[in-house]
Design a protein around this ligand. Structure first.
Ligand SMILES: O=P(O)(O)OC[C@@H](O)[C@@H](O)c1c[nH]c2ccccc12
Length: 272
């Protein structure tokens, strides 16, 4: 049994418990349940932003503790002030140290798209995502059947949420549907933890330009982002590279400055 199997087994038990503790009727009473959402797809296509999806990740199965006591209010606001386009908040507690209130805290203080990063195995979690203030959910092709992905996408849209579909292999690109909002390519193999951003480049050539694409995991430098941008990526999901610093928002700010500087230089040299 690999780590992904363990996570999913645990998640199914957790969801069954939560359904008992917080029935759907209760979730529907949340102030966020009927609130309008902010479009991830739209924000990722804004021409004047770099496209960073900045993540709050306290720990991970591959790295252990990264920043267990992060101040979510300060860091989420700081990420947005740094020029990030989207926030990604891990809400899984057992393996990633996050929780639903991290997302709600980020929601209270920011007007931007917020991705709920968790392992969705049940429709209940999609309703829960809306009730805690998320704008978008992650669906993993690694974990779900094509039919489940389709049904979960339909429910997400009914609730006003967008879907980031995460893939890792060529076969999984078949999960992409016309109604999928954003396609993610995870550079990390969730079963072995090997990370290589080449994975994004290899898979992207099989996709039409019109697909909004996000490269996820293992992104470290401005050069990584420039390379991915040249290959048609709109979004860059980054966790550890920021979170390993005491002030993740400062690392985010510096990286965005570097990318903007490189992009400006490029425009100037094209003009000459
Ligand atoms: O910390 P990194 O290497 O920058 O990766 C961020 C993000 O892509 C990663 O946390 C992630 C991608 N897909 C996931 C699915 C579940 C949990 C976590 C993830």
């Amino acid at each position: 049994m690999d780590i992904l199997d363990k996570i999913i087994e645990h998640k199914k038990k957790e969801v069954a418990e939560r359904k008992g503790l917080f029935p759907i009727k209760l979730l529907e009473n949340s102030i966020y349940f009927n609130s309008p959402t902010v479009s991830l797809k739209h924000y990722l296509q804004c021409k004047d932003s770099v496209g960073i999806i900045a993540e709050i990740k306290r720990k991970s199965p591959s790295k252990g503790n990264i920043n267990p006591y992060v101040d979510v209010e300060r860091t989420s606001i700081g990420y947005m002030q740094a020029g990030a386009s989207v926030l990604s908040i891990l809400t899984d507690n057992t393996f990633f140290g996050g929780n639903n209130s991290d997302l709600t805290t980020a929601r209270k203080f920011n007007y931007c798209p917020i991705l709920r990063k968790d392992f969705i195995v049940d429709e209940y979690q999609i309703i829960e995502a809306k009730s805690i203030g998320a704008d978008a959910i992650l669906l993993l092709a690694n974990v779900l059947t094509k039919e489940e992905c389709k049904a979960f996408t339909t429910l997400a849209h009914q609730l006003g949420l967008e879907v980031l579909l995460e893939t890792h292999t060529l076969n999984q690109l078949e999960y992409y549907l016309p109604e999928t909002d954003v396609l993610g390519i995870n550079n990390r193999d969730l079963k072995t933890f090997t990370v290589n951003i080449e994975r994004s480049l290899e898979l992207a050539v099989h996709l039409p330009n019109s697909v909004v694409k996000v490269s996820e995991s293992g992104i470290k430098t401005a050069d990584d982002i420039l390379l991915l941008k040249e290959n048609g990526f709109h979004g860059f999901l980054m966790g550890e590279q920021f979170m390993k610093h005491a002030k993740p928002e400062k690392a985010c700010y510096e990286l965005i400055l570097q990318v903007q500087h490189a992009l400006n230089l490029k425009t100037v040299s094209h003009e000459n």
